[in-house]
Design a protein around this ligand. Sequence first.
Ligand SMILES: Cc1ncc(COP(=O)(O)O)c(C=O)c1O
Length: 419
Amino acid sequence: MRDLFDKIYADKGPLGKWADMAEGYFVFPKLEGPISNRMKFQGKEVITWSINDYLGLANRPEVRKVDAEAAAEYGSAYPMGARMMSGHTDLHEQLQNELAAFVKKEATYLLNFGYQGMVSTIDALVSKDDVIVYDVDAHACIIDGVRLHAGKRFTYRHNDMESIDKNLMRATKMAEKTGGGILLISEGVFGMRGEQGRLKEIVALKKKYNFRLFVDDAHGFGTLGKTGAGAGEEQGVQADIDVYFATFAKSMASTGAFIAADQEIIDYLKYNLRSQMFAKSLQMQLVVGALKRLDMLRTMPELKEKLWENVNALQNGLKDRGFDIGTTQSCVTPVYLKGSIPEAMALVKDLRENHGVFCSIVVYPVIPKGLILLRLIPTASHTLEDVAETLEAFSAIREKLESGVYKRLTAAMAAEMGE
Ligand SMILES: Cc1ncc(COP(=O)(O)O)c(C=O)c1O
């Protein structure tokens, strides 16, 4: 018989296998110093384009002050226990009410972490007779929530209306057989490539099919829509989203998350969300910190305006220089280049070390072989000088990539990797 760990010793997994080459630099890099537009990487200042602090709240003095005061008052223990048992407070309720008003839903419920909250909400919404229809490019928390489902599920091609229609038709036939209902799950903004989910067109399909819509708006909340209520507001269909989700980990620059829906649905979830029933309540310092941040989202529209000034400068600047930024419709700014993995590594090193630009890099198997995706996340704390410097840096690295400089630099490594 084999030992359980044999497979781990033999294969570290699709990403883990690169650990020796990548760890500490391309993965698990250590960004140091206060969270801001410029941080330190390996002792050198870099313009930081890899942090989802969209509204630049993370290090604002008034936010830090409230966080510190709440930590001093409550410590990190309070309240103890799960919400249902001993972890419920007036401030948790206040935050829920204020969030509900902000996203224009009847009620909300807090989640400790977005990831496990999404998994758990999917689990609570469906039973074995129900059918799930979801985007093939969905975030891992959606995929893992669907994994818990004992019934049928169909994936549709990414943001493809024909495929959505076809799969809703299949799901309808299936649900008629099982006697269940249909849950369609989309993201408000797809975080890797930046496209918005086609919520308006999906909602229009409610006339043709009977389904409920669940939207993960991690990247849309605070960044899209007139008031910052997210992708649903941006597309004019917030009222037609049956269950809305957002995390505090991006625009709110904190930890925690929430779901929003009609009161009756939230009342049900409150008693059936295993991630909240069997886990400690969101810490008070996070609740107090979220109230402050939400107040800033509500009362400081200039934060979102500055964010979009930077987004537009960066995205237009890249397009003007002939870069392929795909079909983004959000702040997420992907830059697609053609090259091998070794070339991608050399290019990112050059960007970081010689140009002081730090962004995330995505390569095969996450995207097709031969493509390099550099992902930039503009925030309200960036300046137009940051954008200008970055555009210059991108032009410089593209020239080297196209003239084969990185290929020559990495020829030995490429041969070793069979590239
Ligand atoms: C689309 C999406 N959903 C959910 C999450 C998970 O949220 P959290 O970080 O609060 O666990 C993320 C990442 O943070 C995300 O990008």
